[in-house]
Design a protein around this ligand. Structure first.
Ligand SMILES: C[S@@+](CC[C@H](N)C(=O)[O-])C[C@H]1O[C@@H](n2cnc3c(N)ncnc32)[C@H](O)[C@@H]1O
Length: 203
């Protein structure tokens, strides 16, 4: 990889366990996967070549687009689409309504302000078709408790960096998905005290 491209060591560690789970969720008839908050672009570059029926649409804020494009070019996979700006809370849904068979987002819910997390789930509910899936990877709290001391410390660091950041309550996220017409398919414990949540649109 080019020495100038942004690099996330965490992505290198978590990409394989995430891909293994995605392979159990993606259906043979699925085509379009929209990624929100692609970051460096490493997940797209690693996963899309191995999900052979999927056209991967990376998105993020303006400042991430050049970096995602570097990883996309390196991956040399024609099914990874040119990355687009999608700024939750400001942008319109980046695909046509009902086009996305899957949405995938990793490590974004504790970074975005809570009201934008809620807006994203609502927007997904308005724009995703029945049977489509929304997959979220990252840390969560359950019953108000952190799943590890390291997550408690991580939450403290997040809030010290920016007051609006923080590890979200699973029950709050689950309620938002239910209101938006989704049902929880899977809640899998992942390495490093993360979770992978998969929702299916039921209406
Ligand atoms: C911790 S990074 C995660 C990146 C990548 N998904 C990963 O797992 O390494 C959080 C990402 O969320 C993006 N983000 C934050 N607020 C956003 C918003 N309002 N709309 C879209 N993306 C946002 C950031 O630009 C950043 O790329």
């Amino acid at each position: 990889m080019s020495k100038t491209a942004a690099f996330s060591p965490a992505c290198e560690r978590n990409r394989k366990p995430i891909l293994n789970e995605l392979k159990t969720i993606v259906r043979p008839e699925d085509r379009i996967l929209l990624e929100i908050g692609s970051g460096t672009g490493q997940h797209a570059a690693y996963m899309a070549p191995q999900l052979t029926n999927i056209f991967w649409y990376p998105t993020d804020m303006e400042d991430k687009i050049a970096g995602i494009e570097q990883w996309r070019q390196e991956a040399n996979c024609e099914r990874i689409q040119t990355s687009q700006v999608f700024r939750v809370g400001e942008s319109n849904w980046p695909l046509q309504s009902d086009q996305a068979d899957m949405v995938f987002t990793a490590n974004t819910f504790h970074i975005m302000p809570a009201d934008l997390v809620a807006q994203l789930i609502q927007q997904a509910g308005e724009n995703m078709h029945k049977g489509s899936r929304f997959v979220v990877y990252g840390p969560f709290k359950y019953g108000g408790d952190f799943t590890s001391e390291s997550n408690r410390e991580f939450d403290r660091q997040l809030k010290a960096t920016a007051e609006h950041q923080g590890i979200r309550d699973f029950e709050w996220i689950d309620g938002l998905f239910q209101q938006a017409g989704f049902r929880c398919l899977k809640d899998v414990s992942m390495p490093a005290n993360n979770q992978l949540l998969a929702y299916v649109k039921t209406s």
